[in-house]
Write a protein that binds this ligand. Structure first.
Ligand code: URA
Length: 421
């Protein structure tokens, strides 16, 4: 093959053959196909697309660029992947919950970029906790504890790592087949037998519309089926942050509340819904995730999971040097609290990173003291901005300028309606 022929074929709208796909992904990983050639091919795919068969083959070639983990556990394995949102700490309570209910959860996670947070960044706010595990350590922890959340090993889908960095600088990230292939190559190489996808839709998500989110979900599920991994997808809202906490340590604290049987209703609801889906897909029945969560049993698994990776689940979490309170501008009902704006504010406060190599502040973030639909009182705290770098507060406040609105008090409307009768 010649790379230029593969690029020309896709540029002109042809289907790529399986052999062309296998060759180009492998040759790119080995450095035989040059970065500029893969950049051109990625743009041709962005513009022309890949059909379902091409996408499945593309994903297979990316899996084959590295090694598949061999998990060797005596219970069904199941994982969850979220396409990313603001305040999405669901993995933290979910992995130990599903493990407590009888399935094994191997979850190789990522770091945050831009306005969305990363599970590893959150967990690293726990003193001593270590993200990097070897394949043997992953297998041993999965067998012993039943849940492991850690960084991807370097041999997992190396083609994706290289291609993702290239897409990032060539405006070719937002291609549904390339996103789907990227996500599924890592998840399938991880070796879980079943996979539940939480495809986020809304202002704080990758996919802003229901139509786009459905298309991505369909593509992800089709790839799973083509590779023999039982896969389902839930579409869930991301117009407002999940829970009250957005950041790193603040999200860990909220996850611990949920594991102890408390926490915000939306976080509990989504954790239980995803746990039910994962257990059903893994063929594990018997335990009711809502009861297990409320009983605190999943918290015991969480402590074992954190300790197995060097962390101290009892150690105090880092606290910010500075807290700035934003007050409610009016009395009434919080009509809107925009996920994207809150995500950007948390990022600017130091919770996120603009470039892969940047460090994050463990204690930075935003606490949302009211959810849309709840009553707020003028002058009472609405948001808390946490940071170690107070000079970041004006930029966070600028991000939040149009992020929320307080509407008419529904109680007031009811009163009017009653009087009109
Ligand atoms: N997340 C991924 O892992 N890959 C993409 O291409 C986009 C989001």
């Amino acid at each position: 093959f010649a790379a230029v022929d593969v690029i020309r074929a896709k540029r002109d709208g042809a289907r790529l053959t399986g052999a062309q796909i296998d060759w180009v992904v492998d040759a790119y990983t080995r450095g035989v196909v040059a970065e500029e050639q893969m950049a051109a091919l990625a743009m041709a795919i962005f513009l022309r697309g890949l059909d379902a068969a091409e996408t499945a083959r593309w994903t297979g070639a990316m899996i084959d660029s590295g090694e598949r983990l061999s998990l060797r556990v005596d219970r069904p394995t199941v994982d969850k992947h979220s396409t990313g949102g603001v305040g999405d700490k669901i993995t933290l309570p979910l992995a130990p919950l599903v493990a407590t209910c009888g399935a094994a959860v191997p979850q190789l996670s990522g770091r945050g970029l831009g306005h969305t947070g990363g599970t590893l960044d959150k967990l690293e706010s726990i003193p001593g906790w270590r993200a990097a595990l070897s394949a043997d350590e992953i297998a041993a922890q999965l067998a012993g504890v039943g849940a492991v959340v850690c960084a991807a090993t370097p041999t997992l889908a190396p083609a994706d790592r290289k291609l993702y960095a290239l897409r990032d600088v060539t405006a070719t990230v937002e291609s549904i087949p390339l996103i789907a292939g990227s996500i599924m190559s890592k998840k399938i190489a991880e070796g879980a037998g079943a996979l539940v996808l939480d495809v986020k839709v809304g202002s704080g998500a990758f996919m802003k519309t229901l139509g786009q989110a459905r298309e991505l979900a369909r593509s992800l599920v089709d790839i799973g089926a083509a590779h023999g991994v039982a896969t389902t997808a839930l579409l869930t809202g991301m117009d407002t942050p999940l829970g009250a906490a957005v950041g790193n340590a603040v999200e860990v604290a909220e996850a611990v509340d949920v594991l102890r049987g408390g926490g915000p209703a939306d976080v509990v609801g989504l954790t239980v819904a995803l746990a039910r889906e994962m257990l059903a897909l893994a063929g594990v029945s018997g335990a009711d995730p809502a009861e297990v969560l409320a009983s605190g049993a999943a918290y015991e698994t969480w402590c074992r999971m954190i300790r197995a990776q060097g962390g101290d689940p009892d150690a105090p979490l880092p606290r910010p040097r500075h807290v700035h309170v934003v007050e409610a501008p009016e009395t009434g009902t919080l009509a809107r609290l925009d996920a994207y704006a809150v995500g950007v504010a948390a990022w600017r406060l130091g919770a996120g990173r603009a470039r892969k190599e940047d460090a994050v502040q463990a204690a930075a973030g935003v606490r949302c003291l009211a959810k849309p639909g709840e009553r707020v009182t003028r002058g009472e705290p609405l948001l808390e901005l946490h940071t170690d770098t107070p000079e970041a507060v004006p930029a966070a406040l600028a991000a939040l300028r149009d992020a929320y609105a307080v509407g008419e008090d529904p109680g007031h409307d009811d009163a009017l309606a009653t009087r009109g009768e």
